[in-house]
Write a protein that binds this ligand. Structure first.
Ligand code: PEP
Ligand code: MG
Length: 540
C-alpha cells in the first residue's frame, strides 16, 4: 500500500482505479538526422495509433454507443488521410523528427479545419489535434492520459482549467494533483462536480500506480494506492457515513430556504457549462447564481460563435425551468487562458488584461456574447453579471453597450429578452466605492476568491501561499459587511458567489450582514438550507 498526503480541496471518499494523466511533453525529441529512420518511426507510430483506436472504437461502440464510436472512426480515417501523411512526410524530409512532424501537422490541419465555414468541418479541428497528440505521445513513449475507459480517479502532476474542461467528467470519481492550490479554478471545478479532490499531494507519480485500486479521503487529505483490507473497509465505512449524512439532508429537498425569522435566502448554484445544470438540479439549487461563461471558451481551437453561445445559454435557461440564471460575462485571463484571442503573456496576469478589461476593448469578443445572452433571455429569467469591476465609468460604459445590443436585436427582429444587470464585487476598489456602484446596477454578487486575493495581495494560484490565503481575514469580512450595507441602502439585492459563500461557519454571519443570496457548488445547497432553516438571526 502506498500512501499520499495532500490538501483537501473538496471532501468525500472515492474508491476506484487510478488513471495517471500525462501532459504532452513541451520539448519534442529532435530528429536522429536520418529522415528515413524518422519516417519509419512515424509509420510504426501510426500503426500503433490505429491499433489503439480500433480497440477503443470497439469498446466505445459496445459500452457507450455507435454515435460516440463514430468520432473514433473519423480519427482513424484522419490517420490514413493522404494529405495529412504527405504533410508529415514533407516535414520529415525537411529535417523534422517524427514527433515534431506529427505535432506540427496536427497544428496546421487543426487550424485549417477551424477556419472552415461548415460547422461539422470546424468541429473536426479537435479530432485532428487529438489524433496527432496520440501519435506524439506514442513517439515520446508516453501514454495518452485523457482516455478513461471506466470511471476512475484522475491523478496528475497539475491540471489547468483548459485541461480539466476537456476531461470526461462523467467518469471522474476524484481528482488528485501533486501541485495546485485549493483556490484554483480546477479545484472549483471539482467542487462543482461534487467529487473529492486533493491538491499538493505528496505521491510518487513515477511509482507504478496507473490502473491500481486507489482510495481518496477528501475529509482528511489522504489517498492510498493498493489499500490493504483494513484501510479499504475503514474507508468504505466512512463513505457509508457520508452517504448517510447526505440522506439526512434530503429532508430539506424542495423546502423553502427561510430562516425562523422569516427571511428568505436564495441558495443558488455555481456552474461552468450546460451539462452542470443536471448537477445543479440534483443539488436542489433554486437558480444559477454564477455561470462561469469562460469555461465555454476553454479547451477549444477557436472562439465559440454567437449561435453556439446562444444554444448553450438557452439550454441552461430552459434546463432551469423558470429559475433565475445569472450569466457572468467572459472572465478570461490569469489561469483561464485561450490561445486563439492572441493575447500577450504577462508578467502579472492576475493584475493584468483580463475579464471586463478585455471585453470593453474588444467589440468582436464582447458583442457575440452579449447578443447570445439577450437572445437566451427570451427563454427564461436571465441576469447578466460583469466581472473584475473597479470603477464607475466601466459600469456606465457597459450599460450603454447593453442598451445598444438590445436595440440592435430588436431592430433585426431577433427574439430577445430583458435582463437584470449586476456586477461582481471582487476588487477592494469596487468594495470601497460600492455605495456609488449600487446606484447604477440591479444587484451585486461578491467574488470572495478574488476579493481575498486582491485584499490580501496573495496570488490565489500559488500553492505556497495557501496558508496565508485567509478568506476569514478581518479585512475581507469588513469589506463584505460594507458591500452588503451599500446594497441595502440602495435597495438592490446582493449575494456571494465566491467559495466563501459555502462556508457553513459563516452562513449566519452573512444573514446578519444582510446578504440575500449564496451561490455555491451544487453539492452544498442542502447543507446550507438546513442552517438557514434552523437560523434565528436577522440582518442588523
Ligand atoms: C470569485 O472571484 O470569487 C469568483 C466567483 O470568480 P472566479 O473564482 O471565477 O474568479
Ligand atoms: Mg473572480
Amino acid at each position: 500500500m502506498l500512501k499520499g498526503t495532500g490538501r483537501p480541496a473538496y471532501s468525500g471518499i472515492a474508491i476506484g482505479r487510478a488513471y495517471v494523466y500525462h501532459k504532452q511533453q513541451s520539448e519534442l525529441p529532435a530528429s536522429c538526422g536520418d529522415a528515413e529512420k524518422e519516417q519509419q518511426k512515424f509509420d510504426a507510430a501510426k500503426e500503433t495509433a490505429l491499433e489503439q483506436l480500433q480497440e477503443l472504437f470497439q469498446k466505445t461502440k459496445e459500452e457507450i454507443g455507435e454515435e460516440q464510436a463514430m468520432i473514433i472512426d473519423v480519427q482513424m480515417m484522419m490517420l490514413d488521410d493522404l494529405d495529412y501523411l504527405e504533410s508529415a512526410a514533407d516535414m520529415i524530409k525537411g529535417g523534422a523528427s517524427a514527433a515534431q512532424a506529427a505535432h506540427d501537422t496536427g497544428d496546421s490541419f487543426s487550424a485549417a479545419f477551424a477556419a472552415m465555414d461548415d460547422e461539422y468541418m470546424k468541429a473536426r479541428a479537435v479530432d485532428v489535434k487529438d489524433v496527432s497528440t496520440r501519435l506524439v505521445n506514442i513517439l515520446c513513449g508516453q501514454q495518452t492520459g485523457t482516455i478513461m475507459d471506466q470511471p476512475g480517479i484522475l491523478v496528475a502532476e497539475d491540471l489547468t482549467p483548459s485541461e480539466t474542461v476537456q476531461l470526461p467528467k462523467d467518469k471522474i470519481l476524484a481528482f488528485v494533483t501533486r501541485q495546485g492550490s485549493s483556490n484554483s479554478h480546477t479545484a472549483i471545478l471539482a467542487r462543482i462536480m461534487n467529487i473529492p479532490s486533493l491538491v499538493q499531494t505528496q505521491l510518487d507519480l513515477d511509482a507504478d500506480i496507473d490502473g491500481k485500486l486507489m482510495v481518496v479521503d477528501g475529509f482528511e487529505g489522504v489517498c492510498y494506492v493498493d489499500p490493504d483490507e483494513e484501510t479499504l473497509s475503514l474507508m468504505r465505512e466512512k463513505q457509508e457515513k457520508a452517504a448517510e449524512y447526505r440522506r439526512q439532508l434530503e429532508a430539506y429537498r424542495g423546502k423553502p430556504s427561510i430562516t425562523k425569522k422569516g427571511r428568505k435566502i436564495n441558495l443558488f448554484a455555481n456552474i461552468g457549462n450546460p451539462q452542470d445544470v443536471k448537477t445543479a438540479l440534483e443539488g436542489d439549487a433554486e437558480g444559477i447564481g454564477l455561470l462561469r461563461s469562460e469555461f465555454l471558451y476553454l479547451g477549444r481551437e477557436t472562439a465559440p460563435t454567437e449561435d453556439e453561445l446562444f444554444a448553450a445559454y438557452r439550454s441552461v435557461v430552459e434546463g432551469m425551468q423558470g429559475r433565475r440564471v445569472v450569466i457572468r460575462t467572459l472572465d478570461i485571463g490569469a489561469d483561464k487562458k485561450v490561445d486563439y484571442f492572441g493575447l500577450d503573456d504577462e508578467e502579472n496576469p492576475a493584475l493584468g488584461y483580463r475579464g471586463i478589461r478585455i471585453c470593453l476593448e474588444h467589440d468582436e469578443i464582447f458583442r457575440p456574447q452579449m447578443r447570445a445572452i439577450y437572445r437566451a433571455a427570451a427563454y427564461g429569467p436571465v441576469s447578466i453579471m460583469f466581472p473584475m469591476i473597479t470603477s464607475l465609468w466601466e459600469v456606465r460604459q457597459i450599460k450603454a453597450f447593453c442598451a445598444k445590443i438590445r436595440e440592435e436585436l430588436i431592430a433585426e427582429g431577433m427574439p430577445c429578452g430583458e435582463a437584470e444587470l449586476g456586477i461582481m464585487i471582487e476588487t477592494p476598489a469596487a468594495a470601497v466605492v460600492s455605495h456609488d456602484l449600487a446606484k447604477e446596477v440591479d444587484f451585486f454578487s461578491v467574488g470572495t476568491n478574488d476579493l481575498t486575493q486582491y485584499t490580501l495581495a496573495i496570488d490565489r494560484q500559488n500553492a505556497k501561499l495557501d496558508r496565508f490565503y485567509d478568506s476569514h481575514h478581518p479585512a475581507v469580512l469588513a469589506l463584505l459587511a460594507m458591500i452588503a450595507k451599500s446594497a441595502r441602502e440602495a435597495g438592490i439585492w446582493c449575494g456571494i458567489c465566491g467559495e466563501l459563500g459555502a462556508d457553513a461557519t459563516l452562513t449566519e454571519e452573512f444573514i446578519k450582514m444582510g446578504y440575500d443570496e449564496l451561490s455555491v457548488s451544487p453539492g452544498r445547497v442542502l447543507e446550507l438550507r438546513k442552517i438557514v432553516c434552523e437560523s434565528e438571526v436577522e440582518p442588523q
